[in-house]
Each structure stands twice: as C-alpha cells, then as structure tokens.
Design a protein around this ligand. Sequence first.
Ligand code: IDP
Ligand code: MG
Length: 154
Amino acid sequence: MERTFVMVKPDGVQRRLAGRIIQRFEDKGLRIVGLKMIRMSHKQAEDLYSIHKGKPFYDTLVKFITSSPVVVMAIEGNQAVSVSRKLLGATFGFNAEPGTIRGDFGGSKGLNLIHGSDSPESAQREIPIFFSEGELAKYEHADIGWVYEEPERK
Ligand code: IDP
Ligand code: MG
C-alpha cells in the first residue's frame, strides 16, 4: 500500500495536540508503521525542506521545526498521500476548512501543526530522513477487511 510521511510539528506537540492529531489518521483507517518523538537536527530540517531553500520563510521554518520536539510518522493506506493531505487541510490555518487538522486547530501560516508529503515520490524521499527500513513495522490490522476492499489492500 502507498506510504506517506507525516509529522506533528513543534506547535502541535507544545499545545498537547499530538494524541488528537494522531487519532485522525487512526480514525481514517490508515496504518501507522513508524512513530517516534525526536528533536529534529538542522541537517534533517534542511533535507526535509530542501525545495523551499531560498524562499522568504525558509530560515524561520528551519528554526521553528528544530526549536522543540516533533512526532514523526510513516503511514500506509489506500492512497495514503492524498488522503493524508486532505486530513491536514490547506497549508495556512486561516484558509483550512473546519474538519481538517489545520482548520480545526490553527489560524497561522507557519504554525500549522502538521506536515504531510505532497506526493508518493516526496514520501519516498522524506521517510528515510527519519526512519530506517528496519524501524518500520510490517503488519495488518485484524479488521483490514472491514476497512478496505480486497483490491485496495495492495
Ligand atoms: P505544505 O506544508 O502544506 O506542504 P508548503 O508550501 O510545502 O506547505 O510549505 C511548507 C511549510 O512552510 C508550511 O507547512 C508552513 O509551515 C511554511 N510556510 C509555507 N509558506 C509560508 C509562508 O508564506 N509564510 C510562513 N510560513 C510558510
Ligand atoms: Mg509541502
């Protein structure tokens, strides 16, 4: 099944929202295969946000993301990348729809609680910045047959 990389950002952890945010992905039927709290290194931040280097918000973003612990996750599921992006909501909290994580919990540009890969290719690049393959659990939930139809489980 498709994999994505999701991270509760420092504001989400500091505001004690990590549990409720993680719950959204479980509620959707997605499979968390990697989960840990880390203090992101400067190098990891630069790798994760390399496509934003040079943009006006880049330095603030790297400083913010390394300022306090984050919760990093590798998540699998049918169309996990686009499904997760929908759970996140629009980038800026003040634009994000209620019902989404950013729409329910924030109203800021930079302090937007959560990161999610924007494509399967991005996910493949981002997951190894934070997880070795051996750290990712291989399993199926016992109720998977009640969440996905057979062809959707590939
Ligand atoms: P995304 O997180 O929805 O994929 P990106 O455009 O990839 O959004 O931006 C990465 C992160 O950089 C955002 O989640 C947000 O924290 C921050 N960011 C993006 N644009 C701005 C901005 O204009 N001002 C401040 N921070 C921004
Ligand atoms: Mg992005």
